[in-house]
Write a protein that binds this ligand. Structure first.
Ligand code: VNL
Length: 389
């Protein structure tokens, strides 16, 4: 039998069985699949903490249903994510799949969402094309083109004309490289060299030596959440700052989760992103306070916000469908949601199912002995440039 038919048959069988026995009537299950171990465990930790905070603040009974969060560790391995998703759909009968810490994990699971008509909420992964991999995908994280274009507009206005790009060699890095380069060139600047580092166990030293030799005005960097501290350390150790080379990038590099561990080398680094812990709004202050309090002073980063807002989108869809469920109805109720996130205003574009939000230009500064990404400029309501052209 064709793989797809098997999944469909299994899902149908499971559904018939559940309704026949009158089971699972009042539970609404969310399967949250995250890297809880391995090199990207910080992403899993942030998202799980944020999802639990959202539930603690908003109750676990919604539209007469008991919301149940099932958290699974995929260790950051695509085959594992896909298998877990299949089990969650078929055995646990989850109504929504959520999480997805890295692009390959979301892409591997997209067919399961399509075949089982289960909404899949991407809370972390940020390659532009992900939302096109299944009509059931909704994204509450961000896209790399959104962030990369903004800093490529800022740089040449601030004396940065010649740039070397340094990105992690997979989906989001390639998006960052491409959209930064095209926009910088459009603005009269130039990317003299494009360097790519491996996703697993990257050694930045030889790449940063190349940057040093090329003597650009700046290096533009994208590395996934968690990897920024190693990059920053090598950047300082190789003396790039002393050689007058600036470091710019998307906010993944100065990730709030690890920013304080980077020390003074990070001070002055300018990045573009959709979220900073220091975002100045009442909604964010409340979020940061509750998150740090519930998590032993852990500072929420952009991953946490993707998870928190993802839960909001799921909760509101459940409310709007009055607990009736059904993948298509839930999906329809997710599209077009508009609300104030800790990041600022955001909405889910009903056509693309992708997030639209502000992108902020930020600079790392020290305040009360701690490092923060302080926002100093805002580009409003940014759609994913990967889709609008
Ligand atoms: C991705 C993009 C992952 C940005 C990240 O951190 C990140 C991804 C784990 O799409 O894989 O900061």
């Amino acid at each position: 039998m064709h793989k797809r038919t098997i999944v469909q048959a299994a899902v149908l069988g499971a559904l018939l069985c559940a309704s026949g026995l009158g089971l699972a009537q009042d539970a609404f299950k969310i399967g949250l699949i995250l890297p809880m171990t391995g090199p990207f465990a910080s992403t899993g930790k942030q998202i799980e903490a944020a999802a639990r905070l959202y539930m603690a603040q908003n109750g676990s009974t919604v539209a007469g249903k008991k919301v149940e969060l099932i958290v699974k560790d995929d260790t950051g391995t695509p085959d594992v994510t896909k298998r877990i998703a299949q089990e969650l759909v078929v055995n646990d009968k989850v109504s929504v799949l959520a999480g997805f810490g890295l692009t390959p994990l979301a892409l591997a699971t997209a067919p399961i969402a399509t075949q089982s008509k289960t909404p899949l909420v991407v809370m972390a992964a940020a390659t532009s094309s992900i939302t096109q991999a299944s009509p059931y995908i909704v994204r509450t994280s961000f896209t790399l083109p959104q962030a990369a274009v903004a800093i490529a507009d800022w740089a040449p206005k601030n004396g940065i004309k010649k740039v070397v790009t340094l990105v992690t060699d997979y989906g989001p890095g390639l998006d960052a490289e491409k959209f930064f380069k095209e926009r910088l060139q459009f603005n009269g600047g130039q990317v003299s060299e494009s360097l790519r580092v491996p996703l697993r166990n990257p050694d930045f030293a030889p790449f940063l030596q190349k940057v040093r030799d090329a003597k650009p005005d700046a290096v533009f960097a994208f590395v996934p959440s968690g990897a920024g501290a190693a990059l920053m350390k090598q950047f300082a150790e190789r003396g790039l700052d002393k050689a007058g080379i600036k470091l710019i990038g998307t906010g993944d590099v100065t990730d709030d989760d690890i920013l304080n561990s980077m020390g003074d080398a990070a001070v002055g680094v300018v990045t573009s992103h959709h979220y900073s812990t220091a975002h100045n709004s009442a909604v964010n202050k409340k979020f940061v306070e509750a998150f740090t309090k519930a998590n032993n002073n852990l500072r929420p980063n952009f991953m946490a916000v993707g998870g928190y807002d993802g839960m909001r989108v799921i909760y509101e869809a459940l409310k709007k469908t009055k607990g009736a469920g059904g993948g298509d109805a839930l999906l329809a109720a997710m599209k077009g949601q508009i609300f104030e996130s800790p990041r600022g205003p955001m909405f889910i574009d009903a056509q693309t199912r992708d997030v639209v939000h502000n992108i902020y230009i930020r600079k790392v500064e020290k305040q009360d002995g701690q490092l923060y990404n302080l926002e100093f400029d805002t580009i409003k309501d940014v759609k994913d440039p990967g889709k609008v052209r």
